[in-house]
Design a protein around this ligand. Structure first.
Ligand code: ATP
Length: 285
């Protein structure tokens, strides 16, 4: 397991009650997990526990068993945690500081004391991987929202973290850029055996990538399971994604899709199967 939380409670220095209550959560290699829940339920607070900003930066009272890639954030400084846990903020502008993309990506590695030639090698590799090599001399602030998001992601990925947390990664992106960024993250999660946690409201875009959904409410985890179960119980939290509305609309017509998952590939395969075999209506109107 890369992440193990057992009976975790947390309160900020000025909170009147626990903000996280009895959190039991594990995440292993290659998992892509979507974290859902209404505003104020504790999603960002949970992310801060995982990257060590809680308690190292925020203070407060943190209780319970915590193991993040073999580390307890209460015993390890935040910069050391950043080696293991990559965190991409909702607004990438807030984590970009330098006058060119290359410097931006190199910064974290310099901070961790890597030798210059190793830094150069790692920077080029990550810039290539994220299709940013041509933009290496540009200021991150001249780039589009999608490109900035990729630079923020590349800067974090250059440190080769085992756990990746994305806080509303698609908030500033058009749907196509959002799909591209998430596709890249999903690929990386599987290839490098990361545990990736995505906090996101735009279910429509993230759901097809997630095999596991965690729903939080008032500081507790109230659901941890497959995406369909989460939608059945908590669909009202965010509105149903397009793909679910499509499946329900077809069911109304008596056409049942036998998709293995909600990924566009599986839904398309199921639709093609129907086209090939012809429609067999079951009930419906
Ligand atoms: N720095 C802080 N100091 C004190 N209380 C805080 C702090 N940050 C968040 N809180 C409180 O902790 C609770 C959980 O907030 P958190 O930001 O984790 O929720 P969230 O689910 O991420 O919300 P959103 O979706 O709006 O980002 C809320 O009641 C919030 O007011």
């Amino acid at each position: 397991m890369l992440v193990e939380l057992e009976g975790v409670y947390y309160r900020y220095p000025d909170s009147s009650d626990w903000v996280l209550k009895n959190i039991n959560f594990k995440a292993g290699e290659g998992e892509f997990i979507l974290i859902l829940g209404p505003s104020g339920c504790g999603k960002s607070t949970l992310a801060r526990v995982l990257n060590g900003l809680i308690p190292n930066f925020y203070g407060g009272l943190l209780d319970g068993k915590i193991n993040i890639v073999g580390n307890d954030p209460r015993k390890v400084p935040t910069y050391e945690m950043s080696r293991h846990v990559g965190f991409v903020f909702q607004n990438p502008e807030n984590q970009l500081f330098f006058t060119n993309v290359e410097r931006e990506v190199a910064f974290g590695l310099e901070n961790l004391g890597y030798p210059p030639d190793e830094i150069r090698r790692k920077v080029v590799k990550v810039l290539e991987e994220y299709d940013l090599l041509e933009l290496r001399e540009k200021s991150p602030f001249e780039l589009s929202g999608g490109q900035q998001q990729k630079v923020a992601l590349a800067s974090v990925m250059a440190l080769e973290p085992r756990v990746l947390i994305l806080d509303e990664p698609t908030a500033n992106l058009d749907p196509l850029s959002a799909l591209k960024v998430l596709g890249l993250v999903k690929k990386k999660t599987l290839e490098s055996k990361l545990a990736t946690l995505v906090i996101e409201h735009r279910l429509e875009i993230v759901l097809p990538f997630a095999e596991r959904v965690v729903v939080m409410a008032e500081g507790e985890i109230v659901y941890d399971g497959d995406p369909l179960g989460a939608l059945e119980r908590y669909g009202y939290l965010t509105g149903k994604p397009f793909i679910i509305r499509l499946i329900e609309r077809l069911e109304k017509e008596g056409i049942q899709l036998k998709a293995k998952s909600l990924s566009p590939e599986d839904v398309a395969a199921s639709l093609l199967d129907i086209l090939e075999r012809g429609v067999t209506r079951v009930g419906g109107n």
